[in-house]
Design a protein. Sequence first.
Length: 94
Amino acid sequence: TNFKLNEQYLQWKVTMKAPLELICSYEIGGVKVKGCTMLAYDPSLRKAYHGNCFDVAEGKLEGFLPEMGIQMHVKYADFLLSGMVNEMESIRSK
C-alpha cells in the first residue's frame, strides 16, 4: 500500500510520513478511544521498529465487550505491524 498523508485506511489516518517512518492515528468516538500506530526503519541496523498505543478512560475498560475489543485490537495491530516489518526487512535486506 502506498500510504499518503491525511488519508484514511480503515480506522487509521496517516498523520506523519517520512521515507523511513509512518505514524497513523485513530479515534473511536463511541467509546472515546484515541491512539496511534508507528512503524520506523533504521537502515544502519537493518531493523524495523513498531509500536501501538491507545488512550481510553479507565472506566471504559470495564466489562466483557470493551476488554474483548481492546484485546482484539492489540492482536490485530501486532499481526498487521509484524507483517509490515517482515516485508520491510526482507525488501531492505536484498
